[in-house]
Structure formats: C-alpha cells, structure tokens
Design a protein around this ligand. Structure first.
Ligand code: NI
Length: 172
C-alpha cells in the first residue's frame, strides 16, 4: 500500500523515531509499504517518519549502475547504527522526498559501517561507500528528525530542480 509522504513543515519529520523492540509482521508490512511508496515516488530511499511512523526503520535502493558500488540492491534496515565513518568526505547533491523540487549540497563521509537488523530481524553489519553510504546517512538522519537542509555546505548551496527533471535526480 502506497502511503502519504509527509512534507517539510509536518512536525513528525522533526521528531526522534523510537527503536523497534521486536520485528513483527507489522514492521514487515511497514517495510513493504515503504518500498511501494518509494517506488511510486521514484525515490532512492525512505525513512519511516516520512510516512508518519516514528520507528527506526529505513530503506535504500539505488538504481543499478556499474559505476556505483552497492547499487541495484534493496536495503531494508531496522534500528541502524552508524558505527564507523571514514575520515575522507565528499560533497555532492541530495534531494528529499519530503522537500520536493529542491536539491542541496551536503558533505558526508565517503565510507561507513552500519549495524542494523534486517527485515527478518537478523543482525547485519554492512560496509557501504559513495552514493549508497550517502543515502544511508540521509535516511538515518531522518530517524533523528534531521533533514539535509540542516547540513548544507553553505546556506546558499540549495536550488530548485527544473520542472520535469525531478525524477532524473532521485531523492530519499
Ligand atoms: Ni529525505
């Protein structure tokens, strides 16, 4: 079921999501709905607060691209913790399904290690890099009520996407 994506100004986006105590069928249904919602919106990631659910659940899926390590894989993660970040950082643009039509430049660590539960409730540990690492960090921020506009490299490094091009540069 496609759920409504909450937009900036909705207070739910600024609250801290709660840890999932048990991976129940409801959590799995939430993940299924989030996947449908992300696909319908042509996004590359989605966090549960963006559909109004204050639980620490997020997904990432970057379109397959041989130049992008980890692309083409659907990651669903519960209670994620970023346990390691690289010193190396990079600046690139981000967009957010909750801030439609805007992009901004954000600096992020290039490589991260994430511990989480998968959708079956199994403990997982992932090393991700580049765009996948960027998307993970963007989604984990959402779980703490943080949005990319809080992290712009400079206040003026934000711009509107040209009409009709929203889908070409996916947001999360
Ligand atoms: Ni977002």
């Amino acid at each position: 079921m496609v759920r409504d994506i909450r937009k900036i100004g909705d207070p739910v986006l600024r609250r801290k999501a709660k840890k999932v105590e048990k991976v129940t069928k409801d959590v799995q249904k939430l993940i299924d709905d989030m996947i449908e919602t992300m696909h319908a919106a042509h996004g590359l990631g989605l966090a549960a607060p963006q559909v109004g659910v204050l639980q620490r659940v997020a997904i990432v899926e970057i379109e397959p691209d041989e130049k992008v390590p980890g692309s083409g894989t659907l990651y669903a993660f519960i209670n994620p913790e970023i346990v390691k970040v690289s010193e190396e950082t990079w600046v690139n643009q981000e967009g957010c399904l909750s801030i439609p039509g805007w992009r901004g430049e954000v600096e992020r660590p290039m490589n991260i290690t994430v511990k989480a539960l998968d959708r079956a409730g199994n403990r997982i540990k992932l090393d991700v890099e580049g765009w996948v690492a960027r998307a993970f960090q963007h989604e984990v921020d959402h779980l703490d009520g943080v949005m990319f506009i809080d992290k712009l490299v400079a206040p003026d490094r934000m711009w509107r996407v040209k009409e009709g091009e929203e889908d070409k540069e996916a947001a999360g």
